[in-house]
Design a protein around this ligand. Structure first.
Ligand code: SF4
Ligand code: SF4
Length: 66
């Protein structure tokens, strides 16, 4: 399952694109795109400074539900 992106919160900083192992986050001029091969690992979630990414298995493992 793909990660959830709150496009309204995303400030297009691009920080998350560098941490995604399969390269599923693509920064375009006016939008961040989560590509179909996102595997939902959740690694990118803690790297987003504004909390625009949520869900993913990493978060689930930590027991955080918010
Ligand atoms: S959940 Fe994993 S695969 Fe999907 S965008 Fe984030 S780091 Fe990449
Ligand atoms: S780290 Fe967060 S704010 Fe920056 S591009 Fe990624 S989703 Fe958007």
């Amino acid at each position: 399952m793909k990660i959830e992106l709150d496009s309204d919160s995303c400030v297009l900083c691009g920080l998350c694109t560098g941490v995604c192992p399969p390269g599923a986050l693509e920064l375009e001029p006016r939008a961040l795109v989560v590509l179909d091969h996102c595997n939902g690992c959740g690694l990118c979630v803690p790297y987003c400074p504004v909390g625009a990414l949520s869900g993913g298995r990493l978060r689930a493992r930590r027991g955080s539900r918010g």
